[in-house]
Design a protein around this ligand. Sequence first.
Ligand SMILES: NC(=O)c1ccc[n+]([C@@H]2O[C@H](COP(=O)([O-])OP(=O)(O)OC[C@H]3O[C@@H](n4cnc5c(N)ncnc54)[C@H](OP(=O)(O)O)[C@@H]3O)[C@@H](O)[C@H]2O)c1
Length: 323
Amino acid sequence: MLRWGIIGCGKIANHFANDLKLVAGHHLQAVASRSAEKADAFATEHQASSAYGSYISLLEDSEVDVVYIATPHNSHMEWAITGMQHGKHVLCEKPLAVNSSQAEAMVAASRTYKVFLMEALWSRFNPSIKAAKQKCDEGELGEILHLYSEFSFQSNHPATSRLLNIDLAGGALLDVGIYPVFLSYLLMGYPEDIKVVAELGPTGVDVQASISLRYAASQASLFCGLKCDVENHSVISGTKGRIIIPQRWHEAQGYIEKKVGSEDVIHTLPTLGRGYTYEIEEVGNCISKGWLESPDWSHKDSLQVGRILDELRRQVGLVYPFE
Ligand SMILES: NC(=O)c1ccc[n+]([C@@H]2O[C@H](COP(=O)([O-])OP(=O)(O)OC[C@H]3O[C@@H](n4cnc5c(N)ncnc54)[C@H](OP(=O)(O)O)[C@@H]3O)[C@@H](O)[C@H]2O)c1
C-alpha cells in the first residue's frame, strides 16, 4: 500500500484525490492545507487518515510515503525539495518548476536523497496519447511533418487568481501552454528553433501566445491562452495520414485515425476516472522498482520542456518578480 500525502487542498487536489480512490494499492494517508479547517474538510471528504494545518507537519509524518504537490507554480520547488529532504517521494504538479534552474535543483535533490521525483504531466499517461505516440513511433503516419496543438479557455478569474497572478508565476505559457509544448516534445523531441508571439495582460503575465517550433523536417504550430475558448484539439500530420485528438485533447477519451487510402478509424479509449489514475499507477510502479524517475516522463523530459518554456518566456519578456 502506497501512502499518499497531498499538499494544497485546491481544485486539482480534489480531482486527484477522487482518482486516487480508483487505483488499488494506493491510500490517501494525509492532507495539508494552510488552513486546518480546510484540511479537515478535505480529509473528511476524501477519507484521509490525517489532516494538517501546515505543509511541514505533513512532511514530518512518517506514515506518508509519497507527496503530491498541488500548490501554485512559485512554490513547487520549495515543497518538493523540502519533501525530498524529509525522505518523501514526490509527484509535483506541472510545470515541475517555474524555470529550468529550479527544476535542476529539484532533480539534484531526488538524486541526493534517493527518492522518486516526477512532474505530474498526466497527459503523458493518457491511453489515447500513448496510443498516438506509439503509432507515430511505429511509422503508421509515415514521416511526421506537422503538429497543430492548442489549449486555451476563456478565463473569468480575477487578477489576483493563481492563473493571472505574476507573484504566483501565473500566465498562459506555464499553466496551459506546457501541454502543447509537451506534445510537440513527446512526438518530435527538442526543437531546432523556437519562436513565439504573445500578449501580456494587465497583471504582467502572458494571456495568449502563438508558438512555432521548427524541427529538421517538421514543424509545430501551438497556441495557448486564457482569453478565449478554442477547439482544444491536436492534429498530427504525416506523409501517410493524420491523427486527430479531439477536445479536450490533453485529457483525451479517444482519437481519430485518417490514413491515406483507408476509411477513418475512430478509437474510443475512455479514461478510468478523470485520467489522473494513470500517473498514480506510474508513480506506484516506479517506486516499487526503486526507480528515482519514470522512464516515460523522466527528469530529462521535464528539464527539456522547462528549457523550451524558459526560451518562450525570454522571447516574451516575462520575468517573474522573484526570479
Ligand atoms: N494536471 C491538471 O489537470 C491540472 C489542472 C489544473 C491545475 N494544475 C496545476 O495544479 C497546481 C494547482 O492548481 P489548482 O488549479 O489546483 O489551483 P488552486 O485551486 O488555486 O489550488 C492551489 C492550492 O495551493 C495552495 N496554495 C499555497 N499557497 C498559495 C497561494 N499563495 N495562493 C493560492 N493558493 C496557495 C492552496 O491550498 P491550501 O489553501 O489548502 O493551502 C490552494 O488551494 C498548479 O501547478 C497547476 O498548474 C494541474
